[in-house]
Ligand binder design. Structure first.
Ligand SMILES: Nc1ncnc2c1ncn2[C@@H]1O[C@H](COP(=O)(O)OP(=O)(O)OP(=O)(O)O)[C@@H](O)[C@H]1O
Ligand SMILES: Nc1ncnc2c1ncn2[C@@H]1O[C@H](COP(=O)(O)OP(=O)(O)OP(=O)(O)O)[C@@H](O)[C@H]1O
Ligand SMILES: [Mg+2]
Ligand SMILES: [Mg+2]
Lengths: 228, 228
């Protein structure tokens, strides 16, 4: 279970400071597929960063299985993220000196250095599934926008995380490739992975167990989606 | 009129080289709104870069109003782009040391240094229209994904280009903000601007005069959209 209590986030880098998140109480049950929606600028990415330990909240608590993430130091937090979490960023962050395949492999190898062959096999299978195997040797700056986004998804799934955070994973993709991505998220979810996904696409949102809505940095609604 | 004849593009940076565009013959009439669609990796961004002078074709010609763009040197080509073209990139490229407003202003000021006040007024009006005026003083790295995309659109429109190239301008935006962007493109088009837009969203494509389809680097179809 991933939980936030009275979570706030203010950026002090601007003048005046930018208050982005008011007090957010959120509980993500183990194995749940939660979708976050809301207008551009409402705080969705900021919320994702705050509950995944990518960024420190300004106040409030974040707990993972009862353990206070907010009290870990940077190294401990990085360890939790590496071994337990996968992250698909809204704007892909990669290492520009590495090719596509090594970029995807890197976190999976770091998380499980003794299981190198298994990680390589998983990455190759993921690249096949998402149709980017033919560009695996390209530099990461030598691929199309949609190929980059698919590489981002492969990297997040490669380490078999127990929690997957996905920030607009289908933005650069047409409907058939979006479908493929959503099928992969649905598959890992059926295997027990917790998924927290930001999307503005209702067609993707409908794959979740529950949709929560952000407006001006506050949770304003939460709706269970029935299973068919 | 913007025209390509037997345009090809091969990237020699990979081994083996990547042939992306086969021979492309394309005519974009002055004032036309052409939409380019096709699968991820089919060559849409590459085509846009090749016909806008952002990148040099491997072979073939590109002509703007009968003038050979492909024979201009880099400085002349940069001059044409600055004064005649606006470009919305698929992944926003900005100057990270400048704030949002200055990033948007910069090309408009460079294109028309004697008309500073007019450019500033246009930029401020554009930021208001797209709801990013409240973040104009943020660093360009201190905004949300959708705000960044809207800044990209403002920058492309700020210089009142005669040709606007837009590569997936609505990818990071929900339906209401996408609508706002498409309205702005439709408006400049009614004012006589030529628009060449890549999209994978049929809802956006339908705003064009004509849709052309790329598959594996070749133009495979072209359809006129009737006006209602
Ligand atoms: N600098 C480069 N070097 C080598 N290959 C490249 C380079 N840039 C792009 N490519 C390859 O060229 C092909 C077409 O890329 P392009 O970016 O034009 O596709 P696209 O149609 O815009 O796709 P998307 O919808 O994903 O944005 C892809 O297979 C890509 O991997
Ligand atoms: N580093 C920062 N410094 C100051 N303000 C920031 C910073 N990062 C984001 N913001 C602001 O915080 C607000 C929320 O940003 P966030 O990225 O969380 O929005 P979002 O809901 O993900 O939007 P989008 O749908 O456009 O991606 C925005 O108004 C943005 O300008
Ligand atoms: Mg965001
Ligand atoms: Mg592209």
């Amino acid at each position: 279970t991933l939980e936030s209590r009275a979570l706030t986030k203010t950026y002090f880098s601007t003048d005046p400071p930018t208050q982005v998140l008011g007090g957010i109480d959120l509980t993500v049950r183990e194995g749940e597929f939660v979708v976050i929606m809301g207008a551009s600028g409402s705080g969705k990415s900021t919320l994702l960063y705050s509950i995944s330990g990518m960024d420190r909240p300004t106040s409030g608590n974040v707990l993972l299985e009862g353990r206070e993430l907010t009290s870990l130091d940077d190294a401990e937090m990085a360890g939790v993220r590496l071994t337990r979490m996968g992250f698909v960023f809204q704007q892909a962050h990669f290492l520009s000196n590495l090719d596509v395949r090594d970029n995807i492999l890197l976190p999976a190898l770091k998380a499980a250095p003794k299981e190198k062959d298994a990680a390589i096999a998983r990455v190759d299978a993921l690249m096949e599934r998402f149709g980017i195997a033919h560009v695996k040797d390209h530099g990461i700056t030598q691929v199309s926008g949609g190929q980059l986004q698919r590489a981002s998804i492969c990297r997040a799934l490669a380490g078999e995380p127990s929690i997957l955070f996905a920030d607009e994973p289908t933005g650069a993709l047409n409907s058939s490739m979006s479908e493929e991505v959503m099928n992969a998220l649905t598959d890992v979810h059926s295997d027990g992975t917790t998924v927290v996904m930001v999307t503005h696409d209702p067609g993707c949102a409908v794959r979740g167990d529950r949709v929560i809505y952000l407006r001006d940095g506050l949770l304003v609604d939460s709706r269970e989606l029935g299973t068919w």
